[in-house]
Write a protein that binds this ligand. Structure first.
Ligand code: PLP
Length: 469
């Protein structure tokens, strides 16, 4: 009996000791706050201290809230402190001076509206890169793509409920820009028995890159045609066609479906803006080939990272072959950073970035619409409220761009009309549409957006017969 008791006591001790060890190891790996982070047992940093201190020192430079400093920016007279890079329309060493005659620059689609989200999430999104981080061309499994990152991409889509990734392949690219041509290349090989090159089409107004890139990289397998209406009904339409469908569309924010049908028509869905930030998500995309980009999801256009979700194995393999031939893979630093950003995106209930972005973009659209509603000279595109799979309710518009139309008959160059009022937009002809249209970016920083609203208010206020504000 005594021996049995002793054995029992040993067993209990062993069990307690195992439990204690699990708790200690768990604490080292994930910290005491339940966050999944690797931590040093004694919290003492050895070689990353200086780098971390420099990163925090540069972030601490306030630049009056109208500028920002970076570690790789210009250095001041002391030879160490980076200089503030002022937002457009601000100047001075601390960016506190507002330039009186400054143009509102609403040209580029730089999604800097997300900068404050990352400042709010500074701790979870920061990443330290050791001098020896993944120096190899490939990962240990010989892949050029990070499996961890792929897992997180699938997770983000599951949370946003904007794409089905189950049973599909994922290819990474240097931005979605590279994947657009990789997709054209891969799809053009699918019907290589055809004697004539595949015709690449996109409905007007369309994002200019499709034409520029397809023409630039044209091969004997594909050529750019333009609007699908240019296809001859009898032969081309039933033939070898690759259609870009941008949904929601850049520039007008409309959700789109393919125009071309037929057995040999193939579609590349450019889903750059298919996030709750910019559109209602009527249903999760379940397509043969969809392209997404971190540029418009997290705002990190400078990191140059995009991915394609591909159903067909041979299309996937040809896209990977394209990436290998063009670039021998994607920067491992970019993949590490993208992983760290997506880990932040999915933390908690994973809704944080979508709530932030939707509120910001919706508010911008409402304020802009309110000003333009006073005008008899300009209109904006109409976007109807729609059911959203993510918010599980009908929601209003929050597009990335305003597609402005000049209504006066004589004002055929709307870009010139806006430029005379110190507003820079992107001409309709850039999107193969009329210059009676101009695209205004709503994606930039608050300072840019406020300047845009100020200039528009002035323009509408001097309008003959404007409705009273
Ligand atoms: C519709 C569309 N597709 C692709 C891109 C390119 O994005 P990335 O930064 O991923 O190359 C953009 C950028 O503005 C875009 O508007």
């Amino acid at each position: 009996m005594g021996e049995a008791m002793q054995g029992f006591a040993y067993a209990i001790c062993l069990l307690l000791s195992v439990l204690l060890n699990i708790l200690l190891v768990g604490n080292i790996l994930y910290g005491g706050d339940g966050e999944w982070r690797l931590r040093l047992p004694n919290g003492e940093l050895k070689w990353s201290q200086d780098a971390a201190a420099a990163a925090e020192a540069v972030a601490a430079l306030q630049c009056s809230g109208h500028g920002i400093a970076f570690l790789d920016g210009e250095i001041g007279d002391d030879g160490v402190t980076p200089v503030c890079e002022c937002h457009t329309c601000y100047s001075g060493s601390d960016c506190s001076l507002l330039l009186p005659d400054c143009f509102a620059d609403a040209d580029s689609g730089d999604p800097l509206f997300l900068e404050p989200f990352w400042v709010q999430n500074a701790a979870s999104s920061a990443v330290v890169v050791s001098g020896w981080h993944r120096m190899s061309y490939s990962f240990p499994d010989s892949s050029i793509f990070s499996q961890q990152l792929e897992n997180h991409i699938r997770k983000v889509h599951a949370i946003a409920r904007n794409a089905i990734t189950d049973g599909k392949y994922i290819v990474f690219g240097v931005g979605s820009t590279q994947l657009c041509n990789a997709a054209v290349y891969a799809l053009s090989l699918e019907n290589s028995s055809s004697l004539s090159p595949a015709k690449v089409v996109a409905k007007i107004p369309f994002y200019p890159l499709y034409k520029m890139q397809t023409e630039y990289f044209e091969t004997k397998n594909y050529e750019f045609e333009g609007d699908p209406s240019l296809l001859r009904n009898d032969t081309d339409a039933a033939g070898n066609v690759i259609e870009f469908v941008t949904s929601p569309n850049n520039p007008d924010g409309h959700l789109r479906a393919p125009v071309v049908g037929g057995p040999f028509a193939r579609t590349i869905y450019d889903r750059a803006y298919y996030w709750p930030h910019f559109t209602a998500i009527p249903a999760a995309a379940d397509e043969d080939l969809s392209i997404f980009t971190i540029s418009k999801l997290t705002g990190h256009a400078g990191s140059r990272f995009g991915w394609a979700i591909v159903k067909d194995k041979s299309v996937y393999e040809n896209m990977v072959a394209y990436i290998r031939t063009a670039e021998l893979g994607i920067s491992k630093e970019t993949q590490l950073r993208a992983l760290s950003l997506l880990k932040t995106v999915v933390q908690g209930d994973g809704r944080g970035i979508f709530n932030f972005s939707y509120e910001k973009m919706k508010n911008r659209w409402e304020r802009l619409s309110q000003i333009i509603s006073q005008s008899r000279r300009f209109t904006l595109q109409e976007i109807s409220p729609n059911y959203c799979n993510f918010f599980e309710k009908i929601r209003g518009p929050s597009p990335a761009y305003a597609w402005v139309k000049c209504l006066r008959e004589e004002e055929t160059d709307c870009g010139a009309v806006l430029e005379a009022a110190k507003i820079i937009g992107r001409a309709g002809s850039m999107f193969s549409a009329e210059d009676r249209y101009v695209r205004l970016s709503l994606l930039k920083r608050d300072d840019d957006f406020e300047q845009l609203l100020a200039r528009l208010r002035e323009l509408v206020a001097i309008e003959d017969g404007a409705k009273t504000m």
